[in-house]
Design a protein around this ligand. Structure first.
Ligand SMILES: Nc1ncnc2c1ncn2[C@@H]1O[C@H](COP(=O)(O)OP(=O)(O)OP(=O)(O)O)[C@@H](O)[C@H]1O
Length: 256
């Protein structure tokens, strides 16, 4: 087993307003993340999903507990971890072209040839070839989200932390983005932590679905998804096992 993250007894408290009073945000989170697997997290609004993702990405400091990324305690954003946010329009720079948005995180640390090769590869991976010189506002919503993913991929991450990345997309674009993400994982062996409100999306993409309840946020249940690695929008979603997962996750969330 190639362990990427290990999270033990994680707690988070954050200040209420400007006072010294603290609010409990996350409570006793335990989670392990292996290479090449997709971990989806579902839970009600405000239960702490984004807060957990921010701790994994080193953007928020935990209060107590342990968060290890490749055996090193996370105290700052690890270089091999990249975020993809729901709000692609705000995440992209409108004055930079597709290729210049993708080169942004790597242009200062790679020589121009290496940088150009990485950009080209990332554009190929997300099927934006031919749109290199467009600006983000000249792309469709799905293309803009693929651009954000390409920018993350150009850094050659081991982990993608994705916060409701497809929530703003129409149903057909969302389905094709889900399939592209599965292909990308197969191609790159990335680990992906994926937050969603969509239970079917969580099952379709996930090797493991974690259900959060709160506040304070805690993982009430983690379910291994033993569907075949090869997933298909029509057949997988119609399988009796898929419908059984959907029913039991719905029921768990209701009980929460
Ligand atoms: N910087 C902060 N300071 C204080 N409290 C915060 C801060 N960031 C988030 N919180 C609180 O943490 C709790 C969990 O928020 P979080 O955004 O993690 O939930 P979420 O499950 O991702 O919600 P949603 O599904 O609506 O995006 C909320 O009560 C929120 O007000």
């Amino acid at each position: 087993m190639n362990l990427i993250y290990e999270i033990n007894e994680l707690f988070l408290e954050l200040p209420v307003g400007k006072s010294n009073e603290k609010r409990s945000i996350l409570k006793n989170i335990n989670l392990t993340i292996e290479a090449g697997k997709i971990y989806t997290i579902v839970g009600a609004s405000g239960c702490g999903k984004t807060s957990l993702l921010r701790i994994l990405g080193g953007l928020t400091n935990k209060s107590t507990g342990q968060v290890f990324f490749q055996n090193t305690e996370v105290t700052a954003p690890p270089a091999e971890v990249a975020f993809v946010f729901q709000d692609y329009a705000n995440a992209l720079l409108p004055w930079r072209t597709v290729e210049k948005n993708i080169s942004l995180p790597i242009e200062d640390r790679l020589n121009p040839e290496e940088c150009a090769a990485r950009v080209k590869e990332a554009i190929r991976q997300v099927h934006l070839t031919g749109r290199e010189h467009d600006y983000p506002w000249q792309l469709s919503g799905g293309m803009q989200q693929r651009l954000q993913i390409a920018r993350a991929l150009a850094t050659k991450p081991k982990v993608l932390l994705m916060d409701e990345p497809f929530a703003a997309l129409d149903a057909m674009t969302k389905a094709s983005m889900q399939d592209e993400l599965l292909k990308l994982r197969d191609e790159t062996n990335l680990s992906i932590v994926f937050i969603t409100h969509d239970i079917e999306e969580a099952i379709y993409l996930g090797d493991q679905v974690s259900i959060m309840r709160g506040p304070p946020g805690e993982i009430s249940q983690s379910i291994e998804i033993s569907l075949s690695q090869h997933r298909d929008q029509l057949t997988t979603r119609g399988l009796p096992e898929f419908l059984e997962y959907r029913k039991s996750i719905h029921e768990s969330i209701k009980v929460n």
